[in-house]
Design a protein. Structure first.
Length: 256
């Protein structure tokens, strides 16, 4: 069933900007019933008010579309808010039925949530942490701070760009995201993280060259890292953590 446009207008650039900045608060009202649904409704509110000035209709739209279960990775929220706003404009104009948004919202949000947890949380943030740790181990605190600021601004640029893409392209933007192949890239980055972790282990112990026992320890832990990265989940991460802890105790014992 299509809806006809009320007396509202399409969101202006200023209204879209307010929707974008509200995306940063998507988790502020996290709850066990709808997860991030209150944050999503808050992000959509300026655009929905422009499209649906009738309060009763706006309340019904909020309850039916945006106060149900919703949850995704925070890095994807601007993209999804842009997509939802684009679809709402078409729904208000009567170009597509309201059920279209209901059908794609839940599936898309949860799919992107899994990709976001894997790529951003499990891979990209690991690169940042391990690279910064290596720079600190080298004593380059200035480079570590500059590196963190560059990545911080890059993350905000990613959110803004994907928000604009989502609003301009609507649901079709998801085809572009699929072509990015983030799942496979996340696996490659995790292998790179294993190499970075081994590098940090070496940099954090400058006295390793003076004791042959350190070399064998490094080779053993490096092997565990490689096997864990390539054959996961055959080796549980708990065993990997125990191996690192055992290596730390061994180093402490050698220094006594």
């Amino acid at each position: 069933m299509t809806e006809t446009r009320p007396a509202g207008t399409e969101p202006t650039p200023w209204i879209l900007l307010k929707c974008f900045f509200r995306c940063y608060l998507v988790g502020a009202a996290f709850n066990t019933r709808g997860l991030q649904n209150v944050g999503l409704a808050f992000s959509m509110e300026p655009g929905l008010r422009a499209l649906y000035p009738d309060r009763e209709k706006l309340r019904r739209i909020w309850e039916e579309r945006y106060l149900t279960l919703y949850n995704t990775h925070p890095f994807w929220t601007p993209l999804l808010v842009g997509v939802f706003l684009s679809l709402e404009v078409k729904i208000a104009e009567g170009l597509i039925p309201a059920e279209t948004l209901d059908k794609i919202r839940g599936t898309t949000a949860f799919t992107l949530s899994a990709i976001g947890d894997s790529f951003f949380g499990g891979s990209a943030m690991g690169v940042w942490a391990l690279t910064a740790a290596c720079l600190v181990a080298l004593g380059r605190y200035d480079l570590a701070a500059i590196y963190a600021l560059i990545l911080l601004f890059a993350a905000q640029a990613f959110k803004l760009i994907t928000f604009v893409m989502g609003y301009r392209e609507g649901f079709q933007v998801l085809r572009r995201v699929k072509r990015w192949n983030l799942v496979n890239w996340g696996r490659r980055v995790k292998i790179f993280n294993a190499v970075l972790l081994g590098l940090f282990w070496m940099l954090a112990r400058p006295d390793a060259a003076q004791n042959p026992g350190f070399l064998w320890l490094d080779l053993g832990l490096g092997g565990v890292l490689i096997v864990w990265a390539l054959a996961r989940p055959r080796i549980r991460r708990e065993f990997f953590a125990l191996a690192l802890a055992a290596g730390g105790f061994y180093l402490a014992w050698l220094r006594l």
